[in-house]
Design a protein around this ligand. Structure first.
Ligand code: N01
Length: 555
């Protein structure tokens, strides 16, 4: 490895691939990607569990920066499966000749900025050391798997897997008794698939969840052609919706239509399926009354599907507003509990005591014998992947700077850490939006910012402390205007990781508002940043955001 670069990017998923292309091919920089896995894909390189599929619809789950890439690719289903997403990202990497500038199998263990030479030094687990002027993290929001610290796991004599770190060979459940812990978006996708082949499936549920049928289908030829031929239309649609998805949010308010009309609209959205259900009314996440109407509708649907009343009770005893935790979509999740070989265990009533040699013991003393345990237990989201990089300068470490929770400017830059950009960092719309659309916006903004620095002779750019304070307050206020922070046990707040500070992390003001704010800041000479430039010296005051300017919630 040659070790001095203009720019290094960590991670070869959607973000890292596009960032490499922009820096190398548009700015002409000497740039490279460092990737932990053996191939491209990022989060999708690791997520290969049964049923792993994106909840965003395929026609919007792609890059839109290149008409050619768009026209030469065709998805096969309404929602892309994990293998097809990897195929897509390999297609992009090959089309843009990116692979030659990606270092695979290199796990970054430390990133330190030296005040002396104004360079970042990147260390990898296998002893490589690289230096760069600009460092961009493209490590994803949901890439640090959370295996809960349940006593006894090391004693378990069967196999256990975390969904986010799934083996690259098929896992055969035939004839096996499988226990699945977790009923978030992942668990809801995995359970029906595991149940297809295993001898017995026990789902250990701590918090029941809402879910809307995905209604996945194969694309037919005419739809595929329509998508191919409507590049501009799709591009402008995903870039103008507050959540980056390829559909508009209704202007209707839930309680302003008659009861009959409301029921009809929920029914239609349920039949259509997918994340669009959230867009059937504008106020589902800002009005408790509106939300309760949606929640009651979904619970009634679950009761219609699940035949055993006790199981239906367990599945509908939901303690949070609809979509205040990330709302899953499913293929036959609730139907799975009608199968004789599937059991639901309510951990709220009877928590896990320990994992034994051959199963899971509950506090009541009951014991479930298992051959396999699947942890669908989520991630140390948003901050975890960044903190794992051990980012530091001569003066501070990111771990200490974020000890009370993440604070940054626009989710993109952190005071005290110059020339560092975080794609889809905490404080950005990211996980509340359709990721590739958010990622393109971030990568374009970062690329323009680096270009601006090069053009103006700026050698160091750093977010001001005051800007980060204002942005972090704005992120909190925007979330507080919604029902999202009402769920105390959500990963949006970091509540799933013991000891993690409880701070609502994603930006809930919507992607369109966020894009406008970022554009304004750039147009005003990167307001809120300190630029150490030979030609320009800018320490202008940051914008003063008001929550009311960004009150729409896009998820
Ligand atoms: O993780 P989660 P996930 N004992 O944290 C339970 C994205 N995603 O992997 O709710 C028992 O949501 C936990 O219980 P509780 C999407 O953004 C995207 O499912 O904390 N149970 C919960 O049920 C999603 O939100 C797609 O009480 C324990 C589950 O494990 C994010 O990934 C597809 C436990 C964890 O749910 C994460 O989803 C799939 C314990 N000790 C996922 N610890 C796409 O479409 C945790 N749990 C792109």
């Amino acid at each position: 490895m040659t070790n001095l670069y203009d720019a290094l990017v960590i991670g070869a998923g959607f973000s890292g691939l596009y960032q490499l292309h922009r820096l190398r091919d548009d700015l002409g920089l000497k740039a490279a990607v460092i990737e932990k896995g053996a191939g491209v894909g990022g989060t999708w390189y690791w997520n290969r569990y049964p049923g792993a599929r994106c909840d965003s619809e395929s026609q919007g789950y792609a890059y839109f920066f290149s008409r050619q890439l768009h026209e030469n690719w065709q998805w096969s289903e309404r929602y892309p499966g994990h293998a097809e997403i990897r195929k897509y990202l390999n297609y992009v990497a090959d089309s843009l000749n990116l692979r030659k500038d990606i270092f695979f199998n290199k796990n970054v263990t430390n990133c330190s900025f030296s005040e002396d030479n104004k360079l970042w030094a990147i260390q990898t687990e296998n002893g490589d050391s690289l230096n760069c002027k600009w460092l961009i993290t493209a490590v994803g929001c949901l890439s640090a798997a959370n295996v809960p610290n349940i006593s006894g796991v090391s004693r378990f004599e069967g196999h256990w897997y975390h969904t986010g770190n799934w083996p690259h060979t098929d896992v055969d459940f035939k004839g096996l008794r499988v226990g699945q812990i977790g009923t978030g978006s992942t668990g809801i996708q995995a359970a029906p698939e595991i149940a297809k082949t295993c001898e017995h499936l026990t789902v250990f549920q701590r918090t029941p969840n809402y879910s809307i049928p995905a209604r996945n289908t194969q694309w037919n030829k005419s739809y595929a052609e329509w998508v191919r031929d409507h590049y501009e239309e799709l591009k402008s649609l995903v870039r103008s919706t507050p959540n980056g998805h390829p559909f508009r949010i209704s202007n209707n308010l839930t309680m302003e239509v008659s009861d009959e009309e409301r029921q009809k609209m929920f029914e239609a959205a349920w039949s259509y399926g997918g994340l669009r259900f959230r867009g059937v009314f504008q106020d589902l996440l800002t009005s408790q009354t509106a939300n309760s109407a949606a929640a009651d509708f979904i619970k009634s649907k679950i009761r219609q599907i699940v035949t055993n009343p006790k199981t239906a009770d367990m599945l509908t005893n939901i303690d949070h507003p609809y979509a205040a935790k990330r709302p899953p979509i499913d293929t036959n999740y609730f139907e799975t509990f009608n199968k004789d070989h599937v059991t639901l265990v309510n951990l709220k009533a009877d928590p896990i005591a320990e994992i034994t040699q051959n199963g899971i013991a509950l506090e009541s003393g009951s014991h479930h014998e298992l051959d396999v345990i699947v942890f669908a237990t989520g991630y140390d989201a948003m901050t975890g992947p960044l903190l794992n990089l051990n980012i530091e300068t001569n003066k501070a470490s990111l771990k200490s700077y974020w000890a009370e929770g993440p604070s940054n400017y626009l989710g993109l830059a952190i005071p005290g850490f110059p020339n560092l950009f975080t794609i889809t960092g905490p404080g950005s719309p990211s996980v509340l939006s359709n990721m590739p659309v958010s990622i393109e916006q971030h990568v374009d903004w970062i690329t323009n910012c680096i270009y601006h620095c090069i053009e103006t002779g700026c050698t160091l750019i750093e977010a001001q402390e005051k800007s980060a304070e204002i942005w972090t307050d704005h992120v909190r206020e925007t979330a507080d205007a919604t029902l999202l922070p009402k769920v105390q046990h959500s990963w949006y707040l970091g509540a799933n990781i013991p000891g993690k500070p409880r701070v609502f992390m994603p930006y809930a003001g919507g992607l369109t508002m966020y894009r406008k704010i970022c554009d304004n800041i750039a147009e005003e000479g990167y307001k809120g940043f300190d630029l150490n430039s030979e030609k320009v010296h800018s320490t202008s005051k940051p914008l003063n955001f008001k929550s009311s300017e960004a009150s729409w919630l896009g998820v």
